[in-house]
Design a protein around this ligand. Sequence first.
Ligand SMILES: [Fe+2]
Ligand SMILES: [Fe+2]
Length: 319
Amino acid sequence: MQPEPTGALPALRPRCVLCYTMRVNAQYGWDAEVAIMPAKIKIGSQEHLELFCRSFIDTHDPYDIEKIEWPELDRDTHGRLAALPFWNEAVSTEGNVALKVQALVPLISDPLLREAIALQGFEEGRHSALLGKMTSHYGIEVPPFVRDPLSDAEWDFIRTGYGECFDSFFAFGLFSLAGESGFFPPALLRLFEPIIQEEARHILFFVNWIAYRRVRHPLFQRPHDLWQTTLALALQVWARIQTARGAQTDDFLLQSTESVKLDITFRGFLERCLQENDRRLRLYDQRLLRPRLVPGIAGAILKVSGGRRGAATPVATQQ
Ligand SMILES: [Fe+2]
Ligand SMILES: [Fe+2]
C-alpha cells in the first residue's frame, strides 16, 4: 500500500512552531506533523540505512499481475495502443534492469539492504512481466527478449539507477499528460499507475543508497566513487543528448512523447514533470534524500526561460 499524501500543509514558520503544530495537528493529525517536521538524520549512519531500506520495503505494493483484469478496449483505443512503437523497447528495458538489479543481490552482505535490493529486482521483473502480459493480451507483437551482457554488478546497478533518475522524471510528466489527454482509457492507466509509482520509490532508494555507500567507503575510495558517479551521469547525459538530437530512434521515452502527440509547450511539459516529481516523492519520509540533478536542471531551464515552478515540498536532496 502506498502512504497517503499529506496534502497541502501550511508553510512552516520557525518563530511560531507551537501555533503551527496545533494547527497542523488539528487539521491533519500527528502523522502529518511528523512528515513535515522530521528530525534530521545522519547520512551514512545505520539509522539512515534502516530508514531508506525500511521505507522501501514497507511501501512495497504486493499486487499480483496474474489477477489483473485487462479492460475491454474499443477498436480505436486498441489501434492507438498497438501502434505505439515502444513496447519492444519497454519490455526489454524492464527485463534487463531486473537482471542487473538481481545480479547485485548476492554481493550485498547487509541482510536488510540485500532484502531491499532483491525487492527492487522483483519489482523490475514484475514490470517486465506486466508489460509482457499486456502485449500478449491485446495481441501486440513483441520480439523475443534479448539480454544485455552483464558487466560489474555494482557498476550496472549505478548505471541503471542514474538511468532511472533521468527517465522517471520525464515519465512522471508524460504519464500525467497522457491521462489528461484521454489517449489511454482510465482503466488502463490505473493498471500502469503502480509501475510509475514504483519507479519513484526506486530512484528515492537509489539516491539514498549511493549517498550511504559514498559516506561508508574509506577516504581513499572516494575518488573512485566520484569517478564512477561522474561517468555514470556523463554517459546518461550523453545518451539523452543523442535522444534529443534524434540519433537514437529506439529510445522509448522520446517515442512516447512523439506518439502521444501532446499539445503542450516544452516549458509546460517541464513544469508538469516537476509537479509530478514533487507529488510522487512527497509521499515518503521527508528525512530521505531526494534526486536533485534532473529536477534542478529542469528548474534552472524554467527560471532562465521565465517559467515558474509549481509549489514543491522542501526536502533534503542528493544525487
Ligand atoms: Fe521498472
Ligand atoms: Fe525501476
